[in-house]
Design a protein around this ligand. Structure first.
Ligand code: CTP
Length: 400
């Protein structure tokens, strides 16, 4: 860490007192440290302590008097090699997710183009609130590094998750990724798609399908349990995932799913496309709600891009790609044809003729075919169990 320039952001939470130790850890490791603090955080720690420990002036207000200060957020952002926000409150997480810059810290971070580490700290109900979780997922998507909070006694005298990671753990996460020893940086990555896509007809109507997303979410969880960092790109679903190694990205249409997959597939070692992507989308979406007509009418549809085929055509030799096939007739033959024409490593076949398999069920019955046309059929099981079987088959296939 010697010689690194670290920008530390302190927000208003009781864990701010622990950040004093973090400043010391960085300084002892030979780093130069500058601190930006929010007004609320000043109630928890004093400027004198921070300036003494960091050996630099503390940055609080964006618009102090000199001309130099008005662009200080830009020069601070240029100066530092990395930024660490500890404690990160629900407020700063929300502001960064939305791109709001209304004080020195949020403005500096928005102007920052180097790695940013976020160490959340808050009450458990706040931390688990869907809005905060969605914002954290957005930050993961924007490539912020989230240093997960711990479970234990919180400042509100409740046991729960939301306690800021210990200063030593934050220091290790940051220094580990600088030296390349950080576990999450060296971990294998996977990309999973899940759920349906919704193709808009007008502002209130869409063409969709009955996929719930459960199969894709179960696959993402099975991969995370095997130690993968998983990017999960999902169409509209009510499902939530509690695995911390799953970085969820929400999309609506086939086109949005394609763009998100193109952005993320290159870093994946394994790609599993379980989404039920619409094959057609309306040629035009009307801006206003379509009025009821007395007569029948036609809606013109155009084909969507086959995401699986597009990604498979660009994949590198060290990447493994798994597709799904949903068939009603000549199942094995159709699945083999998809496997070869889409250039996949594995295809997972669901037949709608199998009772308890396919959409809107908690169970599934699948057959997996690899590119040498080896076939394994699994009996009807829960989608979670099937997901574990699929991932194990793929991992065994990669090894052999
Ligand atoms: N798929 C995709 N993009 C599309 C359509 C499908 O990536 N626009 C993917 C699905 O995620 C799945 C696989 O292709 O992994 C097969 O989907 P399926 O609906 O069974 O096959 P299609 O290729 O759409 O062919 P058909 O509907 O004619 O059976």
């Amino acid at each position: 860490m010697f010689n690194k320039k670290i920008l530390i952001g302190i927000c208003g939470g009781i864990a701010a007192y622990k950040t004093l130790t973090l400043i010391r850890l960085f300084r002892k490791a030979g780093c130069e440290v500058k601190v930006v603090i929010t007004h609320n955080a000043l109630s928890f720690v004093t400027p004198l302590t921070i300036e003494t420990l960091s050996n630099n002036k503390l940055y609080v207000d964006m618009f102090e008097h000199s001309m130099e200060r008005t662009t200080e957020h830009i020069s601070l952002a240029q100066w530092a090699d990395m930024a660490v926000v500890a404690p990160a409150t629900a407020n700063i997480i929300g502001k960064l997710a939305l791109g709001i810059a209304d004080d020195a810290l949020s403005t500096t971070l928005l102007a920052f183009s180097k790695p940013i580490y976020i160490a959340p700290a808050m009450n458990e109900n706040m931390y688990k609130h869907i809005a905060v979780q969605n914002n954290l997922n957005k930050l993961r998507q924007y490539h912020y590094h989230i240093i997960e909070p711990q479970t234990g006694m919180l400042a509100c005298n409740m046991e729960g998750t939301g306690r800021m990671a210990e200063p030593s753990a934050i220091f290790e996460a940051v220094s580990g990724s600088v030296s390349g020893t950080n576990e999450t940086i060296n971990k294998k990555r996977a990309l999973v798609t899940a759920g349906p896509t919704y193709e808009p007809v007008d502002p209130v109507r869409f063409i969709g399908n009955r996929s719930t997303g459960l199969m894709g979410f179960s696959i993402a969880e099975a991969l995370a349990e095997k130690g993968f960092e998983v990017d999960l790109i999902t169409g509209p679903t009510t499902l939530m995932s509690s695995e911390k190694n799953i970085h969820r990205m929400d999309v609506n249409t086939a086109e949005e799913m394609l763009q998100m997959c193109l952005q993320h597939f290159q870093k994946a070692d394994i790609i599993v496309m379980a989404a039920a992507v619409a094959d057609y989308t309306p040629e035009e979406k009307t801006e206003l709600k379509m009025k009821k007509k007395e007569t029948s009418f036609s809606l013109r549809l155009k084909p969507t891009v086959d995401i699986l085929k597009t990604i498979a055509a660009q994949k590198k030799n060290n990447q493994t790609i798994v597709g799904f096939a949903l068939e009603t007739n000549d199942e094995i033959e159709n699945a083999k044809q998809k496997l070869h024409t889409k250039k996949l490593d594995f295809i997972v076949l669901n037949s709608l003729n199998d009772k308890g398999a396919g959409f809107e069920t908690l169970t599934n019955k699948v057959t997996i075919i690899d590119k040498k046309e080896n076939i394994i059929t699994f009996p009807l099981k829960s989608k979670q169990e099937i997901a574990v079987n699929i991932i194990q088959t793929v991992l065994d296939g990669i090894k052999s």
